[in-house]
Design a protein around this ligand. Structure first.
Ligand code: HEM
Length: 350
């Protein structure tokens, strides 16, 4: 009897520990005021299941959309914080963030997917989850469903009421022609250190780039830091003024793994901002450590993404929960119409 009890005890311990192993990790990054790990626990308990289920279908049809969604969250967070401002269409106050040069190559489909997800979530729970939160969850799922780590995302962001100017967008998103020192200085203003910079750049393990984003490394003169065969292939695929695209990670373009860092060691990074992470002494050892140890890269990536995902967020009573990710509620005709209808009905009941 005693032996069967201890056997059952051992079995249940084993089961519990194996469940702990498969559960999503959450980083030890402190949470900012207003965000929590289980923010939608009672108001929309299935939000993350809804997003993941839909994205599995989307990526089955086109795996490239994962990269588009990951980049969208980065561009949202770096400019004015993770407030969904990049999702807003322009208005009388000027051109939207979307029209600023670095955002022109965001995939239009990524914006559609976010609003499809918003609709699925709001149909189920009502207007309780922000577009900014949906974008953060979608970025996490893009990483995980492409082979990367699964991790918990702090939630509770609210959507911003305004988008940033073109100048602010340009000032906050570094150019691919920047060297590592420039990137380190720029990201330090967001409290991101050298390990965060190298880890976040690993987002380039998936997705594509237009030739125009790195053409200055090919013409008129060739960048001597680039591997010669890689350069030849790029020139073949990217003749001058071409609008073609090329994978960012030449080894495993659709897999979220540590091959991006192997590319850098072989001098096959696409942008100066990538390749210089290996050339620069401040970041070279970090690149090597990630190339050698994928688990270490995943751990540092989750840490850095959790920091990035909390940049200048709106919470509590700030901002709003948009009824359509492209419009703030006061610019959204169907939202205003339905609220006027509610108001009229409530008046007629009096
Ligand atoms: C550190 C500074 C960074 C620079 C200079 C940079 C620059 C770029 C550029 C120029 C492109 C290609 C755009 C095109 O021509 O289509 C790109 C693509 C991409 N970036 Fe970055 N990026 C940076 C950081 C990040 C971060 C932090 C992430 C996410 C964690 C990220 C994720 C991506 C992804 C996934 C793509 C591919 C998008 C697609 O396939 O649609 N990038 N980036």
């Amino acid at each position: 009897m005693a032996s069967s009890i201890s056997f059952l005890l051992a079995l249940s311990l084993l089961l519990i520990s194996s469940q702990l192993c498969v559960a999503a990790v959450h980083s030890d990054v402190p949470l900012v005021k207003g965000l929590s790990w289980n923010f939608h626990h009672s108001s929309c308990p299935n939000v993350e299941t809804i997003v993941r289920k839909h994205l599995k279908k989307v990526f089955k049809e086109d795996v490239g959309q994962a990269a588009g969604l990951l980049r969208l969250h980065f561009h949202d967070c770096f400019v004015q914080g993770c407030d969904g401002s990049v999702l807003l269409d322009g208005s009388a106050s000027g051109p939207s963030e979307q029209q600023a040069p670095p955002n022109l190559s965001l995939r239009s489909k990524a914006f559609e997917i976010i609003d499809d997800l918003r609709k699925l979530v709001h149909d189920k729970c009502g207007r309780v989850v922000s577009c900014a939160d949906i974008t953060a969850i979608a970025a996490r799922d893009s990483v995980h469903l492409s082979g990367g780590p699964d991790y918990e995302v702090p939630l509770g962001r609210r959507d911003g009421l305004n988008f940033a100017t073109t100048e602010a967008t340009l000032a906050n998103l570094p150019a691919p022609s920047s060297n590592a020192d420039t990137i380190l200085t720029s990201l330090a203003t967001k409290n991101l250190d050298a390990t965060d910079v190298v880890a976040l750049s690993g987002g380039h393990t998936i997705g594509i780039s237009h030739c125009s984003s790195f053409t200055e490394r090919l013409y008129p003169s060739e960048d001597p830091t680039m591997d010669e065969d890689f350069l030849k292939d790029l020139k073949y695929n990217c003749p001058p003024n071409s609008n073609n695209t090329t994978p960012q990670d030449v080894r495993t373009p659709n897999l979220f793994d540590n091959n991006y860092y192997v590319d850098l060691i072989f001098r096959q990074g696409l942008f100066t901002s990538d390749q210089d992470l290996y050339t620069n002494k401040k970041t070279r050892e970090i690149v090597k450590s990630f190339a050698l140890d994928q688990e270490l890269f995943f751990e540092k990536f989750v840490h850095a993404m959790t920091k990035m995902g909390q940049l200048s967020v709106l919470a509590g009573n700030q901002g709003e929960i948009r009824a359509d990710c492209s419009f703030r509620n006061s610019d959204n005709p169907s939202y205003l119409k339905s609220n006027v209808a509610d108001f009229d009905e409530s008046k007629s009941e009096l």
